[in-house]
Design a protein around this ligand. Structure first.
Ligand SMILES: Cc1cc2nc3c(=O)[nH]c(=O)nc-3n(C[C@H](O)[C@H](O)[C@H](O)COP(=O)(O)OP(=O)(O)OC[C@H]3O[C@@H](n4cnc5c(N)ncnc54)[C@H](O)[C@@H]3O)c2cc1C
Length: 440
């Protein structure tokens, strides 16, 4: 019975992936007859960006023409740069007061790097390491394949800080150390962002780019996505031999209800980041040391990596309740003038390494549509179509990676039998190239 269920879920996953592959193939043959930035949007434009009307100042509350961005990660900083480049005044609020680490595998796809460069921040100059291969490992089997595109690896601490610094240099008003608590639409149509005891601000347009953190009043819907995962991360220094073994490669190791990513970032630090089911994390005592001990018992390969590895952070960083597969569905109850970006609009499974692709694409696209007079609802509606294909492919695969050792084995087996499937999956789980508009 169990075997039947396993086979059924694996077949379902493969069937979905094939359906999308078929869809992508057909789309490639069809003429693209609906340019997404035509300016012809279905809904009547509310012209949230039109010049005019703003007056009121009362203590900490004020109404302003300035565009407000909440969150200074990849999505927020990219949107800030895109808007300021178009001459718009921007206030960006970032809760951290200085550069900090983030949970992320730190794989920058070609499109993300290109977008960063067009914004004026070159990851290679910041010390990013080049990546051109992917290695999948399960038990004593592995598959090592070239990526279909060149990629880079750079820590988010360095990247995000460089983006914010550059935004500041380009005239964005970057306000650090201020965390938004709540967003509310007022009767006059404006949005009030409350910073708790730090006051509040009002604006007609707010770009919400707080990543995994939901704000009261504008929480992401809880239905649909796959939840129940925890992610943890540490940087290590490996010896020369192991460091060289990782050069040029992004490595994904499949363990029980877990996948672990390893990659070299700047200064040859090893990004060691994994996603694990909450159940397995609890089984390991809910601690970093407990999990690593279990990994070492389960896999001699991981044990060999960890032997003699020097941790580079005082303690690991962690997040929980990642809503994999979440895509914001626009509805009439959405506050007008609130534009969701990055993880606030869609959360792709981590194994794809394309969260930053979604973050930059959503930010650039939102800025463009906003400047063209579209509404936030039109943007949300359009963007849910942009990410549909990559979600359809990555969600069932994500389920297979976590659910059973058998399905992990099957993935390695299929990848070694059909090596091009690795490249196909890598391509299909990326934001489609035609949507990945850079800045002019
Ligand atoms: C385990 C794991 C591995 C991943 N690996 C990769 C990878 O290799 N490659 C990839 O492209 N993507 C990866 N991702 C996804 C990627 O990290 C995210 O999709 C991306 O960071 C989203 O960018 P963002 O700007 O929306 O959010 P974030 O990068 O999270 O930025 C949000 C910002 O908002 C700030 N903020 C939060 N709340 C508030 C508040 N209330 N007020 C003010 N500021 C606030 C935060 O401090 C932060 O700076 C991974 C994700 C996980 C969980």
């Amino acid at each position: 019975m169990l075997c039947l269920r396993l086979a059924e879920s694996m077949l379902q996953g493969m069937f979905n992936a094939l359906k999308v592959f078929h869809g992508a193939f057909c789309n490639a043959l069809l003429p693209n007859h609906k340019p997404f930035l035509s300016g012809n949007y279905a809904e009547p434009a509310r012209s949230s960006n039109a010049k005019g009307a703003l007056r009121e100042t009362d203590g900490t509350r004020f109404v302003t023409e300035t565009n407000v961005i909440i969150g200074g990660g990849v999505a927020g900083a990219t949107a800030a740069l895109a808007l300021s480049r178009a001459g718009r005044p921007v206030d960006l609020y970032e809760r951290s007061s200085s550069a900090s680490h983030k949970i992320c595998g730190e794989f920058l796809s070609r499109e993300v790097s290109a977008n960063m460069r067009s914004l004026g921040v070159d990851p290679a100059r910041l010390g990013a390491r080049p990546i051109n291969r992917v290695r999948l490992v399960h038990g004593n089997r592995s598959v090592d394949e070239p990526l279909p595109f060149p990629a880079l690896a750079l820590s988010r601490k360095v990247l995000d800080e460089a983006l914010l610094e550059h935004a500041r240099a380009c005239g964005v008003n970057v306000i650090r150390g201020k965390a938004a608590r709540r967003i509310e639409q007022l009767d006059d149509g404006s949005l009030e962002v409350s910073f708790g005891s730090d006051g509040s601000t009002k604006a007609r347009t707010v770009f919400l780019a707080t990543g995994k953190h939901d704000l009261r009043g504008v929480k992401r819907a809880a239905t649909g996505p796959q939840r129940g995962y925890v992610a943890l991360k540490m940087y290590y220094r490996f010896n020369k031999k192991k460091t060289e073994y990782l050069r040029w490669v992004t490595e994904l190791i499949f363990l029980k209800e877990c996948y672990l990513g390893l990659m070299l970032v700047e200064d040859d630090q090893v990004n060691f980041c994994f996603v694990i089911s909450e159940a397995r994390f609890a089984e390991a005592g809910g601690t970093w040391d407990g999990v690593l001990q279990q990994f070492s018992r389960e896999s001699a390969y991981v044990a060999a990596y960890l032997a003699g590895a020097e941790p580079l952070l005082d303690r690991p960083i962690a997040i929980s309740s990642i809503p994999y597969g979440f895509v914001h569905s626009p509805s009439d109850s959405d506050p007008l003038g609130l534009w969701r970006l990055g993880d606030q609009i869609a959360v792709i499974p981590s194994f794809t390494g394309d969260g930053m692709g979604i973050a930059t694409c959503s930010a650039v696209l939102a800025a463009k549509m906003f400047l063209e007079g579209a509404t936030s609802r039109e943007f949300h509606h359009h963007f849910s179509g942009v990410v549909r294909r990559q979600m359809r492919v990555s969600k069932p695969l994500n389920g297979m990676l976590f659910r059973h050792t058998i399905s992990q084995n099957a993935i390695i087996w299929l990848a070694s039998l059909f090596p091009t499937s690795v490249r196909t999956i890598a391509r299909l789980t990326r934001v489609p190239e035609k949507a990945m508009c850079g800045l002019d």
